[in-house]
Design a protein around this ligand. Structure first.
Ligand SMILES: [Zn+2]
Length: 407
């Protein structure tokens, strides 16, 4: 029993000893493996510090990255002589991590940053020839503004430079780059052709039509339809070069609003005596012989307690006296108490007399129209003041004029 136990103990020891060995071997293996794993996991790698112009500017995987970066710069430089501005670097072997390695693009940027004589910039070209190299960072926006600077307000505009203008970005020798002011001045001098589609409206004056009204006196005028101007819309394309018009073409023209003809009524009825006279003819067709407005006062009526055979209308000497109705002058001249008097025969036994005139405008035998001036008011014959003595005579007998005329 004890033997068996001893054997077991021995075996156990052996196993134990072996385990130590195994343990040691495992530890070494695991260490190496984990180191490899760590290197791989952390991305530790070899590289080169690029020392350029006295500064470490990048870490690259190979020294050839610098040559590629330099070539990239030269490819972006018009002035190949600028290659002399790129200094030769010094490389130093180093251990680094993979994601710290810089590409040739990053390195190119770093080279530019550290080369004082080379800068990022732009070349503005006209027909392929360089107009200006500039460090004006907003040169593209400024070109766009310059292109649009002759747009016409309120129009649809398109514009282009007269010449072929392009802008490129790249690396340039610092000494060749012009500043913003010079770049702007050169761009401002470029010719721009602008084509604007302009819509304009013009008024079309309205016409006036007159409609005659024979039931209204001359002087009567009434707008029965107010005139309205029409509108003509024209669309034109206008070309300008630097704002100076060079061509204009009418695209369309359209009447968008027709004018409305003004209609004016005008009286054609002859106006007898003063414009204010609106006396209407009675059934016998007689009108006021001097115009109601010109009568200062009716100084005597028909009868008048002394057998007055007419109506006396006082007024200023010289006031026009009119034929009360068309007819033939049967007498015109001095007539005793009547002074200078006119008698007109209107036919059908109707006559009128106009007495005490200062002057006569007609003679016996004249044909007169209604409202025609026949005399001037006066104070001749048996008269105590300037007035018209007016009579209506029917079948050779005076009648009351008030039944014929509204005095
Ligand atoms: Zn009288």
């Amino acid at each position: 029993m004890a033997l068996i136990k001893e054997k077991i103990n021995l075996a156990f020891k052996f196993i134990k000893g072996n385990r130590i060995l195994v343990k040691f071997t495992s530890f070494a293996l695991v260490s190496v493996l984990s180191l490899v794993v760590s290197i791989v996991a952390c991305g530790i790698t070899f590289g080169f510090n690029v020392n350029y112009s006295g500064k470490n500017i990048a870490v690259v995987s190979r020294t050839s990255v610098f040559d590629k970066a330099k070539q990239m710069l030269l490819d972006n430089m018009e002035d190949k002589s600028a290659k002399d501005a790129i200094e030769n670097p010094k490389f130093k072997f180093t251990i680094t991590v993979a994601d710290k390695l810089e590409s040739e693009t990053d390195l190119a940027d770093a080279i530019i940053e550290n080369t004082d004589s080379i800068s990022n910039g732009y070349a503005v070209k006209v027909n392929g020839e360089t107009l200006v190299y500039t460090n004006f960072s907003n040169v593209k926006d400024y070109l766009e503004e310059a292109r649009c600077r002759y747009f016409v307000d309120g129009a649809e505009n398109t514009a282009c430079f007269v010449e072929d203008v392009t802008v490129e970005s790249g690396y340039y020798l610092q000494e060749k780059l012009e500043d913003t002011g010079i770049a702007k001045a050169k761009i401002d001098a470029l010719q721009v052709k602008t084509v604007s589609t302009v819509t304009s409206e013009k008024e079309i004056g309205f016409a006036t039509k007159t409609e005659k009204r024979n039931d209204q006196y001359v002087g009567y005028e009434k707008v029965v339809t107010a005139g309205e101007n029409g509108i003509n819309r024209t669309v034109e394309t206008v070309e300008n070069i630097n704002g100076a018009e060079t061509a204009r073409t009418v695209v369309s023209t359209e009447v968008v609003k027709q004018p409305v003809t003004q209609v004016v009524e005008k009286g054609t009825k002859v106006q007898y005596s003063a414009a204010t006279q609106k006396a209407t003819a009675t059934s016998a067709g007689l009108i006021h012989p001097m115009g109601k407005a010109n009568v200062k006062k009716i100084t005597a009526y028909w009868g008048d307690g002394r057998g007055h055979k007419g109506v006396d209308l006082s007024g200023n000497v010289g006031t026009a006296i009119f034929a009360s109705k068309a007819g033939t002058v049967v007498s015109a001249g001095w007539d005793g108490n009547y002074g200078y008097s006119v008698v007109i025969d209107h036919g059908n036994g109707l006559k009128t007399r106009y007495a005490h005139n200062s002057a006569l405008c007609v003679k016996a035998g004249d044909t007169v129209t209604q409202g025609q001036q026949i005399a001037k008011l006066g104070n001749t014959g048996r008269s105590t003041g300037p007035h018209l003595h007016f009579e209506v005579i029917v079948n050779n007998k005076q009648v009351n004029p008030l039944t014929y005329i509204n005095f």
